[in-house]
Ligand binder design. Structure first.
Ligand SMILES: [Zn+2]
Length: 440
């Protein structure tokens, strides 16, 4: 039992899906990392199939670094591997569904527990149900549901039926909990999408998500509760002083582990922290870790070591060469740069906050301070609390939300798509884009 997406890939290859090397992490648009829900995700797979029939597959990283303030339990990590496969040409529906079910079983998923959710009320939905019946799937394991958010429409597949292959983890939410219930119990391991039968060219897309696969095999809804992240999670826990409730601490550990791994992956892939585009995402990830360490009363100097742990315990075990000394030095420089921001923060806060009268005015001032000086909101709010400055947290949240609204779905933040320099600790620009400079 390998519980690895590589096993799925091998099985798909045995079923006639030709291997294709993954496209680069960053597509043409600056600042955007590829995500498996992005409409253009399957484009690289379409190319070899424009004339030929048959299937291709690849495994690549899907990056969605968007939940800056919290990584809720049961939400997939910001970076995960996704197997994508595409089949062109007519094929009875039960064949690809059977292929994927067998591939999941080969990776250690108990196939007798698999659930199938059909999202289409059309006759094509019915044909999918018939195909499942042909595979011997009991009707109780078939549900119907809305398409989950992870399956935005691809132009070439629009209008066709969709099938998700799911696996229950944990207890049912109620007596009616079953396939199609969105309580969080059913982990979506794979998406299959077919284009409408009326079109002459027949296409089918498969996406298998590794984090969900690992969760199903390990029986956990916690994305960092799997063996792969055990060393990293332990190191993060050790770096944090015991402070706050257990739930708050778990949340912080999850967020730090998520940021660390994603940043390490990106740095190792050639994206050094910087003021714009993809580099800015990396900077933001590292500063998020720094902020959380500082808020918990931990030492910012832990950051370098934690990046190394993420590299050695997770990244290199996935087949990457270890981060070079030069890259580790980049991380150290970035940490020092952020330490400088944090060191200046109390003086900046005092001079800014004392000049403002009401709690609402102060909220605006903190936002401006983040835009212009890179002082993280979390640090600013904590400072106001400690120094008894009343602050409208509601207003802070509201402003924060407004500033994030420009961010597209799937961690493709709008502001990051433009190529103008982002302010960091060294600059004094006041562009609204800078609002997202350091996270809350
Ligand atoms: Zn349920």
């Amino acid at each position: 039992m390998t519980t690895d997406i590589q096993q799925i890939s091998d099985t798909m290859a045995a079923h006639g899906y030709r291997w294709q090397p993954p496209p680069s992490l960053v597509p043409a648009r600056p600042g955007l990392f590829a995500h498996h829900a992005a409409p253009s995700w399957i484009d690289p797979l379409l190319v070899p199939l424009t004339r030929a029939r048959g299937g291709v597959q690849t495994v690549r990283w899907s990056i969605a670094a968007r939940h800056w303030h919290a990584v809720p339990a049961a939400r997939p990590p910001s970076a995960q591997r996704v197997l994508s496969a595409l089949w062109a040409g007519p094929r009875p529906l039960h064949v690809p569904v059977g292929d994927v079910a067998r591939a999941l079983a080969s990776a250690g998923v108990d196939s007798s527990d698999l659930a199938f959710v059909v999202s289409s009320s059309s006759s094509e939905g019915d044909s999918l149900r018939r195909a499942l019946g042909r595979l011997g799937v009991d009707a109780r394991r078939i549900g119907s549901g809305e398409e989950t958010v992870a399956t935005v429409r691809r132009a070439v597949l629009a209008g066709g039926p969709h099938l998700s292959i799911e696996f229950p983890v944990g207890p049912p939410c109620s007596i009616t909990c079953g396939p199609g219930c969105r309580c969080g119990r059913y982990r979506v391991l794979a998406h299959l999408r077919f284009n409408p039968a009326s079109q002459t060219r027949s296409l089918m897309e498969i996406a298998v998500l590794e984090s969900e696969l690992l969760g199903a095999v390990h029986g956990t809804r916690e994305p960092y509760g799997v063996h792969r992240f055990a060393t990293l999670v332990k190191s993060v826990r050790d770096a944090l002083p015991a402070k706050g409730t257990q739930a708050a601490r778990a949340q912080r550990v999850r967020l730090i582990a998520d940021r660390l791994f994603t940043a390490t992956l990106l740095i190792g892939s050639g994206f050094e922290p910087g003021p714009r585009g993809a580099a800015y995402v990396v900077r933001r990830l590292l500063r998020n870790v720094g902020t959380e360490l500082a808020l918990a009363g931990g030492s910012l100097t832990c950051l370098d070591g934690l990046v190394q742990v993420a590299d050695r315990s997770v990244r290199t075990t996935l087949g990457f060469a270890p981060l070079t000394d030069a890259l580790l030095a980049v991380v150290r420089d970035e940490r020092e740069r952020f330490a400088h921001v944090l060191a200046r923060a109390p003086i900046l806060l005092r001079s800014t906050v004392t000049r403002r009268q009401g709690p609402t005015e102060r909220a605006h001032a903190l936002l401006r301070l983040r835009n212009e000086q890179g002082v993280p909101l979390g640090i600013a709010v904590a400072w106001c609390r400690e120094n008894d400055f009343a602050l409208s947290l509601r207003r802070v949240a509201l402003l924060q939300e407004t500033s994030q609204r420009g961010e597209g779905a799937w961690g493709l933040p709008g502001p990051l798509t433009d190529t103008r320099p982002r302010p960091d600790s060294d600059t004094h620009s006041t562009t609204p884009h800078a609002i997202s400079a350091a996270g809350l």
